[in-house]
Design a binder for this molecule. Structure first.
Ligand code: BG6
Length: 466
C-alpha cells in the first residue's frame, strides 16, 4: 500500500443519521478548504436517486453549520449515489462502475458493525478492495470477542496500515493538544507523576438524553458508547510516555502501553446509572438495564502512575454539557491546616469551550494570612474556521495518516479492561434527569470529590475551585 491520497470516497450509510449530522458538514468543510476534489459515492438502501441524496445533503447542511453555496455546488458535482442492498452483488457491481477509474478508494462504513462482514465480502468480490483503505465507525465491536472477530475479518482483506478505526474524539483539537501541551512544556514533566499527582478525573457530561437514538443506545450504553473509546483515548493522552518518534506507530505504541498497564475493571470500582424516563424512550426495552451513566476508577500500574487513581464519569441528562479533566496534586506540608488548604490542580476543558487552567493557593483579600484557591486560565471559544473532528479524521484517513485512529491492539486492550464488568451486568441505579448521577456514585468518588464543571457563556469561563 502506498501513501498517496485516496482518489474516491465511498460512504455506506449515506442516508443515515451519522451522514446527516456529521458527514455532509465535514465533506462541505473539506471542499471549502480545498481538501476534497475526488468523487464521493454515497451507498444506501433507500430507493433514492442522486437528486434525493443531494437534497438530503442540503438539508443536513442547513441544520448543521449552514450551506456555503459555492462549496455545496462543488460537493454536489462530486457526489454520486448507488442504491441497493448490502447483500446484493448488483449493488457492488454498480459501485464498481462508479469507481472504474479510482486506484485507491477509501470505503467508509458508516453502518452498524453487524453489517461490516457482508459489505467487505461484496467489496472483495467486485474487486473494490485492491489498494483501498477502509474506514470504520465506532463502536468497534460489542465486546472483546466481537472486536477480535471484526479485526480478523478486516485484516483478512486489508493491511493494518489501510484500516482506519474512527474515534472522532481524537479528531478534536483540544484532545490532541493535551499531548502537545504535555510534551512541549518542560515544566509539566517535573510534576506529572505519582510523586505529585494525587488523582485524575475525567468528566464527559451531556445535558440531553438519547435524542431519538434509543434503539442504538439500548444496544450500547455509556461504557460502550463513550467510555471504552473516547474517554480511554483521553486517559491515554494524559498518561502516556513521550513517543520516541512522531510517526503514528510510535504515538500509538505509547497509548497501547498505557492500556496494558491497566488491570480489568473490578465490580467494586464502577457505578452504573439510568436516568428516570429512559425506559419511555422509543426503541428502549421496557425493562432495560442499560446504563446512561457510569462512574469508574482505573489504576494505571506503570512506573509513572502507580498508586494514582484515574476516575471517569460520563452520562446523559446530567446538569451540563461539558468534557473536562481535573488532575489534582498532593497537598504540600505547610503549617496551614490541611482542611483549609485546597489542592493545586490542572484543569483541561475540552468542550464546549477550550481551556487549560492551573488552580493554586493565593492569599485571600484582607490582611489575615489566609489562603484561597485561584485559577490561572488560558481559554478560548472554538474558532468557527477550525476543523471539526469529522473533517479532520476523514481527511487524515484519505491521506493515509493513521495517528488519530485506534489500532487493532489498542481496541482489543480497551475491551479487555471493560469486558468482565459488562458481562457481569452490575446493578443499574436510577437518577433524576439533570443530576450528577445516582447517589451510589459516592462509592466511586475521587479523594476530594468530583469536580462538577460549570459552563458559562463568556470566553473566560472559570469554574468553581476543584
Ligand atoms: C458519540 C456518541 O460517539 O459521541 C454520542 O455516540 C455522544 O452518544 C457523542 O453524544 C459526543 O460527541 P461530541 O463530539 O458531540 O461531543
Amino acid at each position: 500500500m502506498n501513501n498517496s491520497h485516496s482518489d474516491a470516497l465511498v460512504f455506506f450509510g449515506a442516508t443515515g443519521d451519522l451522514a446527516y449530522k456529521k458527514i455532509f458538514p465535514a465533506l462541505q468543510a473539506m471542499v471549502k478548504r480545498g481538501h476534497l476534489n475526488v468523487p464521493v459515492v454515497g451507498v444506501a438502501k433507500a430507493g433514492w436517486n442522486l437528486e434525493q441524496l443531494k437534497a438530503r445533503a442540503h438539508d443536513s447542511l442547513e441544520k448543521h453549520g449552514g450551506v456555503d453555496q459555492a462549496a455545496f455546488e462543488k460537493l454536489s458535482s462530486l457526489l454520486r449515489y448507488v442504491d441497493g442492498d448490502y447483500q446484493d452483488a448488483e449493488t457492488f457491481k454498480a459501485l464498481g462502475r462508479e469507481l472504474k477509474t479510482a486506484q485507491r478508494p477509501a470505503h467508509y462504513l458508516a453502518i452498524p458493525p453487524t453489517m461490516f462482514e457482508a459489505v467487505l465480502e461484496q467489496l472483495t468480490h467486485c474487486g473494490c478492495t485492491t489498494d483501498a483503505r477502509i474506514i470504520v465507525e465506532k463502536p468497534f465491536g460489542h465486546d472483546l470477542e466481537s472486536a477480535r472477530h471484526l479485526n480478523q475479518v478486516l485484516l483478512r482483506k486489508f493491511d493494518e496500515s489501510s484500516i482506519f478505526r474512527i474515534d472522532h474524539y481524537l479528531g478534536k483539537r483540544p484532545v490532541h493538544n493535551m499531548v502537545v501541551f504535555r510534551f512541549t512544556n518542560a515544566f509539566m514533566e517535573a510534576f506529572w507523576n505519582r510523586n505529585y499527582i494525587e488523582s485524575v478525573q475525567i468528566t464527559m457530561a451531556e445535558d440531553f438524553g438519547v435524542q431519538g437514538r434509543g434503539g442504538f443506545y439500548d444496544q450500547t450504553g455509556t461504557i460502550r458508547d463513550v467510555v471504552q473509546n473516547h474517554l480511554f483515548q483521553v486517559l491515554c493522552n494524559l498518561a502516556m510516555e513521550a513517543p520516541v518518534r512522531m510517526d503514528s506507530e510510535s504515538i500509538r505504541d505509547e497509548k497501547v502501553k498505557v492500556l496494558k498497564a491497566i488491570a480489568a475493571l473490578e465490580e467494586k470500582n464502577i457505578v452504573r446509572g439510568q436516568f428516570r424516563g429512559y425506559l419511555d424512550e422509543k426503541g428502549v426495552a421496557p425493562n432495560s438495564k442499560v446504563e446512561t451513566f457510569a462512574a469508574l476508577r482505573l489504576d494505571v500500574n506503570s512506573w509513572r502512575w502507580h498508586g494514582v487513581p484515574f476516575y471517569i464519569r460520563a452520562g446523559k441528562y446530567l446538569p451540563v454539557t461539558c468534557t473536562e479533566i481535573v488532575c489534582r496534586l498532593r497537598k504540600p506540608p505547610t503549617v496551614i491546616p490541611a482542611d483549609e488548604l485546597q489542592s493545586n490542580y490542572l484543569r483541561f476543558r475540552i468542550s464546549p469551550d477550550v481551556g487549560i487552567a492551573m488552580g493554586m493557593m493565593v492569599m485571600a483579600p484582607g490582611e489575615k494570612l489566609v489562603g484561597e484557591s485561584a485559577e490561572m486560565i488560558a481559554s478560548q471559544q472554538p474558532n468557527a474556521e477550525e476543523m471539526d473532528a469529522y473533517e479532520r479524521v476523514l481527511g487524515d484517513a484519505m491521506a493515509g495518516d493513521a495517528t488519530l485512529f485506534a489500532r487493532e491492539d489498542y481496541v482489543e486492550e480497551a475491551w479487555r479492561i471493560v469486558d468482565p464488568v459488562l458481562k457481569k451486568g452490575t446493578p443499574v441505579y436510577p437518577y433524576e434527569p439533570k443530576c450528577w448521577g445516582p447517589n451510589e456514585v459516592e462509592r466511586v468518588t475521587p479523594p476530594g470529590g468530583w469536580h462538577d464543571p460549570i459552563v458559562r457563556q463568556e470566553p473566560s469561563s472559570a469554574t468553581k475551585a476543584a
